[in-house]
Design a protein around this ligand. Structure first.
Ligand SMILES: Cc1cc2nc3c(=O)[nH]c(=O)nc-3n(C[C@H](O)[C@H](O)[C@H](O)COP(=O)(O)OP(=O)(O)OC[C@H]3O[C@@H](n4cnc5c(N)ncnc54)[C@H](O)[C@@H]3O)c2cc1C
Length: 399
């Protein structure tokens, strides 16, 4: 049994009161919002059922530039310039136009937290509570008491605990399922398997992270159980089946705001369909949301204006997510015998550069989001794009 740092039961006293911003969930999305509020003067309280960084929620793979641009590069474990794709009818190495990195979850969360000036408490969020008075504050019920704030963020993952119950439950909801094992060991390649032996609709992966491998299977069909085939893949690779971690992964956008609450990361469906990449998008939308809340705190806009602006930013990405979902639905329909030749055909350099360039553009890395004052003036004034100067950076990288 892993030793958990989180205090339990009597060790934790009652918790109640109010703050300016209450962020529920201290993983990628929640910490990104808190980071963006640093130095704003807001009293920000972050809560999570576990201590920060205690429970890894993914294989922790992300475009390297995202680690660099957010000051998190120290958490990097291994870097890859190519992706090795296996099908039953052959393998193909894709040389990527940008690198991908695996990182250490605990370290990354600690680094993110160091960039925040918020308070933190462990508490399990149960849902919305009736507001105590009519001041517009939103009340949240936790296992330690009721907390309230005018600005509340749900970064709690796919369960979207602070939304009105809309019966969004697997296996009927648009959720994929993912499971992985974390054996000791090392490897050179970032590998994926598109092979129906492991999953009829989805893929298997092996992400090396210096002295550990993250081997798993993700199924776009929530009815397909991935435990057996995750174990099969680990066995095929001659690796131990130890240290399991898994979760549901949303593959469809949901509303960005609801009942006055803001949603970011998996709670808003920000994980990309097809690839199930949800870390950089959680941080990306977390940064955008943090900016809007910061402007509320500064008296520059109301909560309702922030909600409208954030929802509009979220909605403006809808078409990209829909395209990814179309591709996700298409892949399982390709006859297995065509898969090998197709993967080889699509692996030509021009197509890989083009497609992966566009893929990164869905949520490009920020130039330096948290420390806006450090940015050149003309970049700060990019009103069209809430993440401002990042576009220039990506273009420069790709030139
Ligand atoms: C097996 C697997 C591998 C993956 N690999 C990758 C990958 O390599 N790269 C990538 O980009 N994406 C990957 N993903 C997707 C990625 O993990 C998610 O999209 C990402 O974690 C979303 O971040 P988040 O901050 O929105 O939510 P989460 O990371 O899920 O964080 C939610 C937080 O809320 C807390 N919480 C939940 N409920 C409560 C409650 N009731 N009360 C208090 N706290 C609560 C949790 O403890 C957690 O800290 C993977 C997913 C799975 C399942």
């Amino acid at each position: 049994m892993p030793i958990r740092a989180t205090k339990r039961g009597e060790e934790r006293g009652p918790l109640s009161g109010s703050c300016d911003v209450l962020i529920c969930g201290a993983s990628f999305a929640g910490l990104a919002v808190a980071r963006e509020l640093a130095g704003s003067g807001a009293d920000v309280l972050v809560i999570d059922r576990y201590e920060i960084g205690e429970r890894q929620t993914s294989a922790c793979g992300v475009p390297t530039e995202w680690l660099r641009a957010t000051g998190l590069i120290e958490a990097e474990r291994q870097r890859f310039g190519s992706l090795l794709i296996h099908t039953p009818h052959g393998s193909k190495r894709y040389d990527l136009p940008w690198t991908f990195s695996t990182f250490d979850y605990r370290e990354l969360c600690e680094l993110l937290w160091r960039q925040c000036d918020a308070r933190f408490e462990t508490a399990k969020v149960n849902g919305r509570a009736a507001p105590a008075n009519g001041d517009g504050a939103i009340a949240v019920e936790t296992d330690r008491g009721v907390l309230s704030a005018p600005l509340v963020v749900d970064a709690l993952g796919w369960r979207r605990v602070l939304a009105s119950g809309d019966g969004y439950q697997p296996p009927d909801a648009p959720l994929s399922r993912g499971l992985e094992v974390h054996p000791d060991g090392s490897g050179e390649d970032l590998e994926i398997w598109i092979d129906r032996r492991y999953v009829p609709a989805g893929y298997g992966w092996s992400f090396p992270a210096r002295d550990e491998l993250r081997i798993g299977v993700g199924s776009f069909d929530p009815r397909f159980h991935v435990r057996e085939t995750t174990e099969l893949l680990a066995e095929d690779l001659g690796r131990e089946r130890v240290r399991y971690q898994g979760n549901w992964i949303p593959h469809k956008l949901r509303r960005a705001t609801e009942g006055g609450v803001f949603f970011a990361g998996d709670s808003a469906g920000h994980c990309l369909p097809l690839t199930a990449e949800g870390i950089r998008t959680a941080i990306y939308f977390g940064i955008a949301l943090g900016r809007e809340l910061r402007a509320v705190q500064a008296g520059e806009q109301s909560r309702e204006q922030a909600a409208a602006r954030y929802a509009s930013f979220h909605d403006s990405h809808g078409w990209k997510f829909r395209w990814m979902l179309r591709a996700q639905r298409l892949v399982p329909r390709i006859p297995p015998r065509l898969l090998g030749p197709l993967i080889r055909l699509l692996g030509n350099k021009r197509f890989v550069d083009w497609s992966f360039g566009h893929y990164l553009e869905i949520a490009p890395p920020p130039a330096d989001s948290a420390h806006e004052q450090d940015r050149p003036r003309d970049k700060q004034d990019d009103a069209e794009h809430p993440l401002g100067a990042e576009r220039d950076l990506v273009e420069a990288e790709q030139a």
